[in-house]
Design a protein. Structure first.
Length: 220
């Protein structure tokens, strides 16, 4: 493609918008609720309590795994279609669920106002993931915790090369998802202390499936 020539977003903006807003949330609703993924969701949700902020709520796939100690769930989600798909799941949980924003990098919440933050398969997609983590750090109580389950940069050089090659196409069809973000480094650079971290390749092709699961505490 020549420099300055229009790309797919310029030629077919309606198609791109339709895919991201209507089709992609339904695709992810199926892809991200396999038995293997559900088991990981259950593990990362352990220990959540009180007032929880969930970044990248999606279609509410984590709701079934929330412990009974959770009393209030504040959700950030840009997709109206995903929020509609989540309605039956919201109705099935005892905790109140409130939609509080669409941008994880700009949270309209007071400092130190939530007990826990949950992020699953989200930091890869937020355009400014570092800003989102700084906001998470800001709104967490000093004794709060960030629970995370993310995919990102692999430790294997050959896999990282494939992540770099696949990123331009993958990002366009996967809502802006980045394959190679160093999740643990990003969390640490935002001022967190990682107290628990498990990494490894999950299901599916390696460029898409290197996982980070853990818990981090705000510091400073």
């Amino acid at each position: 493609m020549k420099r300055g020539s229009p790309g797919p977003r310029d030629i077919y903006p309606g198609c791109v918008g339709l895919w991201n807003d209507q089709v992609f949330p339904r695709v992810m609703d199926r892809v991200l609720r396999t038995p293997e993924v559900n088991a990981r969701r259950a593990e990362v949700c352990q220990g959540l309590h009180g007032r929880v902020l969930e970044i990248g709520f999606g279609t509410g796939l984590n709701l079934r795994h929330y412990p009974s100690e959770v009393t209030e769930i504040l959700v950030v989600e840009p997709s109206k279609s995903a929020m509609r798909l989540a309605e039956p799941r919201k109705a099935a949980v005892p905790a109140s669920v409130e939609h509080v924003g669409i941008d994880g990098a700009r949270l309209d919440l007071p400092d130190g106002s939530v007990d826990c933050v949950l992020s699953t398969y989200t930091l890869c997609t937020i355009p400014d993931g570092n800003a989102a983590l700084r906001e998470i750090h800001r709104v967490l109580k000093p004794d709060g915790a960030l629970h995370f389950l993310e995919h990102g940069r692999a430790p294997t050089e050959s896999v990282r090369r494939w992540q770099h090659r696949l990123h331009p196409v993958h990002s366009r069809i996967a809502g802006g998802c980045h394959l190679d973000r160093p999740i643990d480094e990003m969390i640490t650079h935002a001022g967190f202390l990682i107290r628990q971290l498990e990494t490894g390749y999950g299901d599916g092709p390696r460029p898409f499936s290197y996982l980070y699961r853990g818990r981090a505490l705000p510091s400073g």
